[in-house]
Design a binder for this molecule. Sequence first.
Ligand code: FES
Ligand code: MG
Length: 576
Amino acid sequence: MTAARIAPEELRSHQWYGTDGLRSFSHRARTRQLGYLPEEHLGKPVVAILNTWSDINPCHVHLRERAQAVKRGVWQAGGFPLEFPVSTLSETFQKPTPMLYRNMLAMETEELLRSYPVDGAVLLGGCDKSTPALLMGAASVDLPTVFVPAGPMLPGHWRNEVLGSGTDMWKYWDDKRAGLIGDCEMGELENGLARSPGHCMTMGTASTLTAAAEALGVTVPGASSIPAVDSGHDRMAARSGLRIVELVWQQRKLSEILTAEAYEDAVATVLALGGSTNAVIHLIAMAGRSGIKLTLDDFDRIARTVPVLANLRPGGKYLMEDFHFAGGLPGFLARLTDVLHLDRPTVAHDTLREQLDGALVHDSDVIRERDHPLADEGGVAVLRGNLCPDGAVIKHIAAEPHLLRHTGPAVVFDDYKEMQRTINDPALALTADHVLVLRNAGPKGGPGMPEYGMLPIPDYLLKQGVRDMVRLSDARMSGTSYGACVLHIAPESYVGGPLALVRTGDLITLDVEARRLDLGVSDEELTRRRAEWTPPPQRYERGYGALYQDQITQADTGCDFAFLARPGEVPDPYAG
Ligand code: FES
Ligand code: MG
């Protein structure tokens, strides 16, 4: 790249360190207190390394070391790295769901970058919501930014079998419930499911969103599929550190990378990966922070133009390490060049075309040829109908095909606790044809849209061999889950969406090919039921939960906070 470079006096951090006043004197004195010489930082780009490392987050537990590799790169390139610990969103441990805190990490990211002397940012994360949270916040500040994906953990192993995160946990848990395996096997599985630091190594939400970040162009090439414990992951982190310093000198801001074309390409990538349904919500929210209106219809439109090429669990066979050795995201994108916008810039290259030059696929069973796809259309379908006027999504490639066109009687659960209490009660007399309906699990009603969308199949049906049923909710589903689960129904039931009006016994029709989800109840009857409906009580009376319930937007618009999603200027914090 031959872009013009700014002078040291034009660095944003110069206002803090380089002027004549008392404040600059104080900032320099306090930097001496930190142990740095003037020549170590004055006139150099200050790079904030936002680190989501924590002892509680197994997906990010290696990031403390990885930040050192980023620093190495920054120093080598003549920058001044400063590490900032930020909230960790552990998909496994944080309850009721880290989705409740995605926007909090986004706010923390935005406000830290804005309020400190930062010229550029390197963001470290990867466990599910961390990626969108960090990028949403960074997009709102718009400094030069590089994202360092945490990387997938090693493949799971048990006896002679390869295990995938989440996916195989659900599978073996169902086997245990069906009486096929016992405590001894479960004990072994406990040791074998997750063998190293790193995020889930299926094409779950984490792998989907880090791949989306690479497709957007905010990582160095190939970053997203490198296993977390591979030495290449250290080298990628160092490369990111080298790169950010150059981006600061060139003032290549995040908004130059996160364009409408970039978001379209991220959508195409996610769909061709057969990625997580969560990506729909996150990419819409991220695009919103970039001032770009991405809609559910964009997903459905693009889904019809891209086949599923990644043979990865939960929809396919392989895991992320296989994908990495098969060519990783660069090889994968090289098979999609006809649908991508190749002339847009990335953090590493002037154009995506240049970035993909020479990218190869080494295993065409893992990354399929275009004429031999896993599915002819992208992995997510957007549904409409009288049950979801503002849309709903289904990952149809992870469902049993015979359920993709299905009519059956509803069995309604008013909330998750009721569902847990009653689902196995034989008195409900459920059959494989029933449609399980869960409500009050949406953005406001959950709150936070917990991943309740893969409703459990009753024990007695599992024992009869039933492994999939049509299930509906306003919740989300883990990216490692599977089944005929209709998710993100909007508007949600808590705010009076039609889902709130369904009654046990009503007939529900799902038709994925027609993109329809309909309740077989007349408009007159629905109007009558609506008049009788009263909103459920507020779950949080104070604190962050109350702010969340007050500000959260619906699933079809990305679940950002209304006051963050609206356009407008934020004053520069440095008053001179
Ligand atoms: Fe962190 Fe799955 S639990 S990515
Ligand atoms: Mg997950």
